[in-house]
Write a protein that binds this ligand. Structure first.
Ligand code: NAD
Length: 247
């Protein structure tokens, strides 16, 4: 039987690495894409023979243009695209200058658009799936997340556009909104006050794990989710739906 291929961006660590590992456990091959060359090398050592690394930056159109042919030359097909690569930013509106705003948009939003556009032809061939990783910060506003939250809200709408337009080609597109997970990205900006506030505001009273987010992503890429498209699924311990705000 032909093995399925998942292209996972930001696969060198955190949620992306956990997702790559889980795909492999489910029998998939993984194209692990990341711009952090050293972290990608380490990740490939843990992922083993079922994964190949692709050292590209999703925010750079020239990189994306080269990445897709490279992945297809290696694997010949793409059954799932997981747009997971992301950067965090916490800052007040008045201190978010244009360069800072663009840095966030370039990876979190432009990267999702560019990668999805470049992969669409291959996904048409396999009737594949797209999963975009947004955030609870794209669903609810809280202070200091003007660039990050706005980029993630845009990813949610981009997912719905993809589901609407690509359904006729049997491509499904869904979005996962993680709550807080103790990755490098989150822990660079989560102060103790933020950690305590999340514990209080989340009905399950804890951060999620990379594995818990990966389970939702892999499910959405699988045949088990064959009638699920255009959905925005929070994996957040109940934070988004309960109306309990961060102070
Ligand atoms: P992480 O920092 O642990 O991993 C992100 C990976 O993406 C890194 O390996 C990094 O090198 C890579 N990356 C960043 N920009 C890139 C680019 N332009 N091109 C290629 N690779 C790039 O972060 P994480 O917490 O695992 O985050 C994964 C996704 O989950 C992100 O989109 C993030 O916004 C989202 N998210 C995370 C949390 C959380 O609390 N950790 C919460 C909500 C949403």
């Amino acid at each position: 039987m032909t093995q399925k291929v998942a292209l996972v961006t930001g696969a060198a660590r955190g949620i992306g690495l956990a997702t790559a590992k889980l795909f492999i456990e489910h029998g998939w091959l993984v194209a692990a894409l990341d711009r952090d060359t050293d972290a990608l090398k380490d990740a490939l050592a843990t992922l083993g023979q079922s994964a190949s690394g692709f050292d590209y930056d999703v925010s750079n159109p020239n990189d994306v243009e080269r990445a897709l042919p490279d992945v297809l030359a290696r694997f010949g097909r793409i059954d799932a695209l997981v747009n997971n690569a992301g950067v965090a930013d916490f800052g007040p509106i008045e201190e978010t200058d244009f360069a800072r705003w663009r840095r966030v948009m370039e990876t979190n939003l432009d990267g999702v658009f560019l990668m999805s556009q470049a992969a669409t032809a291959a996904l048409k061939d396999t009737k594949g799936a797209i999963v975009n990783i947004a955030s609870i910060s794209g669903l609810r506003a809280s202070t200091l997340r003007v660039a990050y939250g706005t980029s993630k809200a845009a990813v949610i709408q981009l997912t719905k556009q993809q589901a609407a337009e690509l359904g006729e080609f049997r491509i499904r597109a869904n979005c996962v909104c993680p709550g807080p997970v103790r990755t490098k990205l989150a822990m660079a900006v989560h102060t103790q006050d933020i950690i305590d506030a999340y514990h209080d505001a989340i009905p399950l009273n804890r951060y999620g794990s990379e594995q818990e987010i990966a389970e939702v992503i892999v499910f959405l890429c699988s045949e088990k989710a064959s009638y699920v498209t255009g959905q925005v699924i929070a994996s957040d311990g109940g934070f988004e739906s309960t109306g309990v705000g961060l102070p």
